[in-house]
Design a protein around this ligand. Sequence first.
Ligand code: AMP
Ligand code: GLY
Length: 433
Amino acid sequence: MTPTAQLNVLLLGSGGRESAIARKLSESPCLNKLYIAPGNGGTGASGINLALSPTDFDAVYEAVKEHDIQLVVAGNEDPLVAGLRNELEKRAAAEGRELLIVGPGADGAALEGSKDFAKRFMERHGIPTAGYFTATAENVDEATAYMATLEAPYVLKADGLAAGKGVLIIPDLEEAKEALRTMLAGQFGAASRSVVIEQFLSGIECSVFALTDGAGDYRLLPVAKDYKRVGEGDTGLNTGGMGSVSPVPFADAEFMAKVEDRIVRPTVAGLVEEGIDYRGFIFFGLINCGGEPYVIEYNVRMGDPETEVVMPRISSDLVPVLLAAAKGHLGDAVVEQDPRTAVAVMAVSGGYPGDYAKGKKIEGIADAEADCIVFHAGTTLKDGELFTSGGRVLATVALAEDIPAALEKSFNAMKKINFEGIYYRRDIGKDLL
Ligand code: AMP
Ligand code: GLY
């Protein structure tokens, strides 16, 4: 396809994921201007930050008009689940404006927005996933009886979006029954009015990403693994992600062939079959149980911090592929992968994922950037100086021939960065060696 050198793109979101996508987009010869809304203290290096909320559809559409945007890329799930695509398409159609969007409509976004919808979808299409039962206030007895047929631990998932906090894994049956009642009574608000009870699967997780065009075609992006626990050796509380690696050694050709045959293709075909015009990223959260892949969850966006290692490993221009997917025909669009390994180390605010302070001055980024990439997440610029503004603050990402070499580069770069309370794991990827 011929690049449109005049392309103006609006990327929605403000995390490390959006920093990584923004940097990748900014390298494209097809790009005229890149806007990021709302962005963070680092995204201004790749484009122009716009102070608006991605769930404020009127504001997003105003920005589309004002900046003559032709392509909107949704970074996070909330606006998609709330109908971003539907709303933007409606407004654009009313004005005869051509607007391309990467990200599904509300129907496709239900793959992430409702765990029960996702489970039923997988059931309809024979996609391997844990056994389940969906509990509501009306069927609690049946639900607890189902629980009693499972082996411990017990997995309880709020049906709706719960800011990544809606999954409980409980070792004891009686405690799990109590937790189910608490969830149904509104622990996570409307999100837990339905609760999916799942069979526990034991194995090692990885994240597979596809970009699909709504017409049955897709491209895989580099595979990654994230590190959710705050402590080294995968200990302590769950976080939004403390680091990531790509590629994932156990996701070899044989494993990936199973993933494509049993999971990716049936998902993409299932969407088409059900009349869901899904143009965007599909994130398959997988677990490898003795060499067999199962779906733990779908997300309708890229992963964070996986994107921080995925984007640097895409060696071809991403913009033509996004355009092709958004137009509904991937055709001959390609995604080329850099064979090297990328490791991301995430620096977080002291105390995270519990209470933490914000507004700490960040120093040393320019030094760190001499030999790795720095992606910002919770940072903000004030009078030309950078300050922390979130739990996950920034990531250093390095490419090298293998995990130890990439980790060392990334870790050495991180040592040059400082803010009061800085904390990061030094063992990202080591479990895979
Ligand atoms: P989710 O929000 O669905 O990704 O769940 C959060 C985390 O809980 C996952 O990343 C897994 O580590 C874990 N998890 C979810 N479902 C299961 C399951 N059925 N078996 C084992 N672990 C699970
Ligand atoms: N890293 C997992 C996620 O983005 O949901």
